[in-house]
Design a protein around this ligand. Structure first.
Ligand SMILES: *Cc1c(COP(=O)(O)O)cnc(C)c1O
Length: 394
């Protein structure tokens, strides 16, 4: 059988079900105002919440480092061979200092960090208890680990407790509670205080993937934990990504000395891959300085979120309950979400339609992301464009 014979029917079916993905082509830098597919649009779809992806300070630091000839672009090898450069090392120390954890460890992507944690730390006697709406990489990691995966309904603390109570008591078996900090497609925040209490009571460990909270929430941008006045304890594993509010790429795991050393010794997605470019580690360090001092941007972002929510609710749109830059409008059918998205693009605002399997069936939605870079005027433009959609499609 040829590749074509096997897969052409699948591609055709995706198209018929309005599930086919087309990559939009960006021909400008990543900012709040972009050229995408030849259209000049205001970008309400990226995760660059603080506008750091194109920040002059980061670009200057990169240019300066290259001119002084103190750094190469590529890392040349994995961290365990010759790829672990001073810039990686300093970035890890500075991230750990910022978060108040013993150590931090860089990964090339958040996807790999989550695979590494779940596959390396979980054994066959263990149970992973994951929120139903956890990021795909967490579920992927859990499915490929030796542990049993149980999912609990989104944010449902009682259901989580029920599963903890009934989790098999295998000698030496660990329960690991797994959650996003800020949920990537909903924008709501995990009830970390209750989760910590349950974890203590049932002696479970906790994995929090705060990809969308870090940089955005908390006075110093330390994410959900700071926002909720909590600190990760010794059995907490914190994951952050560096391609979102940090505007770079890559990810890190933060936690105890033993956690980090265990990943360095045993995590295959850490060991068998080339270290991220040295220059990216340098950019991450520059971004971290900006993130720590981004109080003004975080305040602007908060105001942008409030302005958007107020306007959207006034016109009768149904929003999910989210105080974060991720604002979802549920439209149910994939075709409807696509039609709204297409109309918005033609009106100069870029909002992506999110469809299954990224979200559950019949839960297709517009995922609007706000940035500190957006002006009040641009948010009004978004609201007006949504108003037009509502008239045409409701
Ligand atoms: C984006 C994201 C990831 C993946 O991170 P990458 O660095 O993009 O691979 C993991 N977890 C969550 C919650 C995310 O939103």
């Amino acid at each position: 059988m040829s590749i074509k014979t096997r897969f052409q029917p699948h591609l055709t079916q995706q198209k018929e079900q309005a599930l086919y993905r087309n990559r939009a082509l960006a021909t400008s830098p990543q900012t709040a105002r972009m050229q995408i597919n030849g259209l000049n649009v205001i970008n309400f779809s990226s995760n660059d919440y603080l506008g750091l992806a194109n920040h002059p300070k980061i670009k200057q630091a990169l240019v300066h480092a290259l001119q002084t000839d103190e750094i190469s672009y590529g890392a040349g090898a994995s961290h365990l061979i010759t790829g672990h450069h001073l810039q990686h090392h300093l970035a890890e120390d500075e991230i750990a200092d910022w978060l108040g954890t013993e150590r931090a460890l860089l990964f090339s992507t958040g996807y790999m960090a989550n695979l590494a944690i779940l596959q390396t730390l979980m054994q066959s006697s263990d149970t992973i208890l994951a929120d139903k709406f956890c990021h795909a990489s967490l579920l992927e990691g859990a499915q490929h680990s030796k542990a049993t995966l149980k999912r609990y309904p989104h944010l449902d603390i009682n259901a989580l407790e029920h599963r903890l109570k009934n989790s098999p008591k295998i000698k030496g078996g660990i329960n690991l509670i797994v959650t996003d900090g800020v949920f990537s497609m909903e924008g709501d925040i995990a009830p970390l205080k209750q989760i910590q209490t349950l974890a203590k009571h049932y002696q479970a460990w906790v994995l929090v993937d705060d990809a969308h909270g870090l940089g955005v929430l908390g006075q110093k941008g330390r994410g959900c934990f700071e926002h909720l006045n909590l600190t990760p304890d010794e059995n907490t594993i914190l994951v952050g990504t560096l391609g979102k509010a940090f505007g770079c790429s890559g990810a890190f795991v933060a936690g105890s000395e033993v956690l980090i050393e265990t990943l360095i010794q045993f995590a295959r997605p850490y060991i068998y891959t080339t270290a991220m470019p040295q220059l990216n580690a340098l950019a991450i360090r520059e971004a971290l300085k900006l993130v720590q001092n981004a109080q003004v941007s975080r305040e602007t972002l908060k105001q942008n979120i409030q302005q958007f929510r107020k306007g959207a609710l006034q016109m009768g749109l149904t929003l999910l309950n989210s105080q974060t830059p991720i604002q979802a409008i549920i439209l149910k059918q994939s075709k409807t979400a696509l039609a709204w998205s297409e109309s918005l693009k033609q009106q100069g605002v870029w909002v992506t339609a999110i469809r299954p399997p990224t979200v559950p069936k019949n839960q297709a939605r517009l995922r609007i992301t706000l940035s500190a870079e957006h002006s009040q005027k641009e948010i009004i433009q978004l609201l007006n464009a949504l108003k037009t959609c509502k008239k045409v499609y409701n």
